[in-house]
Design a protein around this ligand. Structure first.
Ligand SMILES: NC(=O)c1ccc[n+]([C@@H]2O[C@H](COP(=O)([O-])OP(=O)(O)OC[C@H]3O[C@@H](n4cnc5c(N)ncnc54)[C@H](O)[C@@H]3O)[C@@H](O)[C@H]2O)c1
Length: 375
């Protein structure tokens, strides 16, 4: 079946956002609605709440009417069939999946099943309805221990050290193979670095269940007094202050990267062919939309150390946050940050917000919602 065309106005384009009630998904829905897109959120609420969708609609104002919500899983073939049959879906932004690295080691079957099998079901049903435009949430984890920094998209991939990372690497392969077997597919793989921050309204943000796995949500809970001190794993790395350096990106910038990817797929931005760096360019479709596999890093291109993040968050919340130095964690690397020139040149996208702004927005969300959406 011929792929749906993205050569039309956002107002006429319907985007299925799987995992749209989650952290990155909810922010992406806000940006899509602001650009005029029609949005259907499909989420099983396994790591999110309906309240996030309500708040997305609130931020969007009148545009909130263009946001529908379906509660259910990407593993539910019948439900997906109904969603595609009842809505004129043009493209999918696929966030749905489990994402906790440590948990994935303990529950590999659940991770492979939800992330890999779920994506296979989604793509199969989408294809049957002529929808072959997919933006996929990948991760810098696919680079493993990178061969060089800043990491460009043609930095070789290395086997991830945990099942979560494996699912990302496998799904990149699956989606690339879909295009190799059927040139109608139009795929973008977005490799995120470390998304943090929250919407400036303070209405939506990251709402981790239990003790947070990631640095900034952890720091935020120390700031509201729910946790005693930040654990800093290793202060003897070959970096200026000895702590690990990562590329943190504001979630609003990241969300806008998805809108840029959709525009690019529709042939609306960027010039000429993708210039290699991992991407595979197909013949453009007769309507000017792209075919192929586009691969883009989404980061800021700047690295910040753990101590710099704690200092920035301390400035944002107005008090020195306590931290304790602990031994290095197995598998952690010293320095990891992105080269983002390709996204700038082809998607016309650059990250705008700096670390201070990320921490200010995280703090606003955390202090307005100390218990997340349950507050
Ligand atoms: N947050 C990060 O640091 C990061 C980094 C790189 C990549 N990613 C990827 O980006 C995507 C979104 O991440 P996030 O941080 O917003 O996570 P999140 O957990 O907040 O969002 C994922 C959403 O998917 C939903 N979900 C899970 N399984 C589902 C299923 N079978 N059917 C329907 N919905 C399902 C969850 O309820 C949740 O709302 C994930 O694929 C994640 O792996 C995240």
């Amino acid at each position: 079946m011929t792929n749906k065309s993205l050569a039309k106005r956002p107002e006429d384009t319907c985007v299925l956002v799987t995992g749209g009630a989650g952290f990155i998904g909810s922010h992406t829905c806000v940006e899509l609605l602001a650009e005029g897109y029609r949005v259907i959120v499909l989420d099983d609420l396994s790591n999110s709440s309906k309240e996030a969708v309500r708040r997305v609609r609130r931020i969007a104002g009148a545009g909130g009417e263009r946001c529908a919500f379906v509660e259910g899983s990407i593993l539910d073939r019948d439900l997906l069939g109904r969603v595609f049959a009842e809505n004129d879906v043009d493209a999918i932004i696929h966030f749905a999946g489990f994402k906790a690295v440590g948990e994935s080691v303990e529950k590999p079957l659940e991770y492979y099943w939800n992330n890999v099998a779920g994506t296979l079901v989604l793509c199969d049903v989408a294809r049957a309805h002529g929808v072959k435009n997919v933006v996929f949430s990948s991760s810098a984890t696919v680079y493993g221990e990178p061969e060089f920094v800043p990491i460009t998209e043609d930095c070789p991939k290395h086997a991830p050290t945990n099942p979560y990372g494996q699912t990302k690497s496998m799904l990149e392969q699956v989606l690339s193979d879909l295009y190799a077997g059927d040139g109608e597919w139009n795929v973008v793989l977005l490799r995120y670095f470390n998304p943090i921050g929250a919407h400036p309204s303070g209405l939506i943000g990251e709402d981790p269940k239990g003790i947070p796995n990631n640095l900034v949500p952890y720091v935020a809970q120390v700031a509201v007094g729910k946790l005693a001190a930040v654990g800093v794993f290793g202060d003897d790395y070959p970096t200026p202050d000895g702590t690990g350096v990562r590329d943190y990106i504001h979630v609003v910038d990241l969300a806008r990267g998805h809108v840029a990817a959709l525009r690019w797929m529709g042939g609306k931005v960027g010039t000429g062919e993708p210039r290699g760096l991992g991407s595979v360019a197909g013949e453009p479709a007769p309507d000017g939309t792209r075919r192929g596999v586009g691969i883009f890093n989404l980061g800021t291109g700047r690295g910040s150390s753990v101590l710099e993040v704690i200092a920035a968050f301390s400035r944002a919340c107005g008090r020195e946050l306590p931290y304790v130095i602990k031994p290095r964690r197995a598998g952690d690397i010293a320095v990891n940050y992105a080269a983002c020139d390709k996204a700038r040149d082809e998607l016309g996208w650059v990250a705008e917000y700096d670390l201070d702004r990320m921490c200010e927005d995280s703090w606003r969300w955390q202090s307005m919602n100390p218990d997340g959406y349950a507050s």
